[in-house]
Design a protein around this ligand. Structure first.
Ligand SMILES: C[S@@+](CC[C@H](N)C(=O)[O-])C[C@H]1O[C@@H](n2cnc3c(N)ncnc32)[C@H](O)[C@@H]1O
Length: 454
């Protein structure tokens, strides 16, 4: 039980909203948080014996006492620590697009860091579908990039823009997810400090901020495109009232999502508007709200409008022949060189969209940056060791648990390995990153900013 009390105004609100149930709800906020993990479908992780999350087949509950930071498999992106309630987004995505076999989708995760929702989306999206993940904060954007690179997909495009910048591409996206900055009442259990930061004024401030963000989200949605709005809070001002505002202001339609009774998720209805509320005393997860809206009144945009006339020059064949022994290039993927000189691999079907985006923004990352040429020598980049689509052909060196932690701390490893060259440091056959074997030593190339500090 936390020593920080739950704010009194919030307790009164809970009594009004939940009646007799409120005491059960409030006492649950003092229990230990329930920890979940999203398993990466692109990497092989055995999760037998773990309890499954009911609404997402990739979700499991984490065993008591499990420590993520000292598990090399977590650093390798085989799974991500995440609240089970948030994984409902995967179910929502499948429900929205289940009967839709039209062209591949373009998805924007507008408030994306540290990346949980992007990972859920990436895990249900196909490789020829574009996932743009955006984060306004510089510090948080770095964590977003790290998490996406570790997850190892190849369809990501990462940006650090203000929401209004997305109005420059009206009608571009099929789905926009706004996991909005909110008053965080759903964090009272997981992060008791958030209780001190809460006030009813902050609820109002957050509702206003959310409207400003959503204004841009609506513009970049195509006609009949979908908006997913979610928060980790319970109050109506930020949740169902925002859904009502979207319907009134933009003529959007609230969409029902199929749920099973046994999941115990509250269907929150106000008139024609609906949202899904996760209460910690009812579901095995933290507080979460999610709503889906369809933008029937959106501008009809011809998709060719975003077809760029400028083409990215493919990587020259004669250079490709020199480096092809380093990686497996899957069918349908092509290489090009960025201005930064990073040799990058992208799905060919995404190239038009990438060109269109590049014409307006400076991305922090896209595709899979596999390496760089230094004079005539190929230097592999870290993403290649972690990617699950464009994979490395370099040898793997299996590390023990203790050696894997040494590697992740970027310490020097004393391994008996005598064949010089680039090798993948691996743990349980999953690659963690690069090492370079020299004549009498092994250089640890784990990215300095990602290193394990404890
Ligand atoms: C709830 S968090 C997103 C969590 C993330 N979607 C995930 O699943 O890991 C909200 C994010 O919105 C960002 N944010 C804060 N103010 C913003 C604003 N005015 N416009 C856009 N994003 C904002 C925050 O930096 C934060 O990363």
């Amino acid at each position: 039980m936390s020593e920080i009390p739950i704010p009194e105004d919030f307790q009164s609100w809970a009594k009004g909203r939940l009646g007799k149930e409120s005491s059960k709800f409030l006492s649950h906020l003092d229990e230990s948080p329930i920890r979940g993990m999203l398993v990466n479908p692109r990497k092989d992780l055995e999760v037998e014996g773990l309890e499954k999350v009911a609404w997402n087949p990739l979700g499991c509950y984490v065993p008591e006492g499990h420590k993520f930071s000292t598990d090399p498999l977590w650093h390798a992106g085989t799974y991500y620590s995440m609240d089970a309630s948030c994984m409902f987004l995967g179910h929502v995505y499948n429900e929205i697009f289940q009967d839709d076999n039209s062209r591949p989708k373009r998805v924007l995760d507008l408030c994306a860091a540290p990346g949980g929702k992007s990972l859920v989306l990436s895990s249900v999206m196909r490789e020829n579908e574009l996932l743009v993940s955006n984060e306004i904060s510089k510090l948080r954007a770095a964590t977003l990039k790290e998490n996406l690179l570790k997850w190892g997909a190849a369809h990501n495009y990462i940006l650090r823009q203000k929401p209004e910048q997305f109005q420059r591409m009206p009608g571009f996206y099929d789905l926009v997810v706004v996991d909005a900055p909110c008053s965080g009442e759903g964090m009272f259990r997981k992060r008791p400090k958030s209780r001190e930061q809460w006030s009813s004024d902050k609820v109002k401030m957050n509702a206003d901020r959310q409207k400003a963000i959503l204004k841009s989200a609506v513009v970049c949605l195509q006609k009949d495109g979908h908006l997913v709005y979610c928060t980790c809070t319970f109050n109506d001002q930020e949740n169902i009232e925002i859904v009502q505002w979207l319907c009134k202001e933009y003529g959007m339609n609230s969409v029902e999502i199929k749920t099973e009774k046994a999941w115990n998720i509250e269907e929150r209805k106000e008139g024609n508007c609906v949202g899904y509320q996760f209460w910690p005393h009812k579901v095995k997860g933290e507080g979460f709200f999610i709503a889906v809206l369809k933008h029937g009144n959106g501008e009809q945009i011809d998709h060719d409008r975003y077809r760029s006339r400028r083409k990215i020059k493919p990587y020259p064949k004669k250079h490709y022949l020199r480096i092809k022994r380093f990686f497996n290039l899957p069918e349908g993927y092509a290489l090009h060189e960025k201005d930064t000189k990073a040799i990058t691999c992208c799905h060919e079907e995404l190239m038009d969209d990438i060109m269109a985006l590049n014409g307006l923004y400076r991305p922090s990352y896209y595709g899979v940056e596999i390496g760089m040429m230094n004079k005539d020598i190929f230097l592999p980049l870290h993403a290649l060791a972690l990617n699950a689509v464009v994979t490395s052909r370099q040898r793997k060196v299996e590390l023990s648990y203790a050696e894997a932690l040494q590697y992740l701390r970027r310490e020097t490893l004393d391994l008996d390995y005598d064949r010089p060259g680039w090798v993948q440091a691996s743990y349980q056959d999953i690659s963690l990153g690069w090492m370079k074997v020299l004549i009498r030593k092994i250089n640890n190339h784990y990215p300095i900013n990602w290193r394990l500090k404890k």
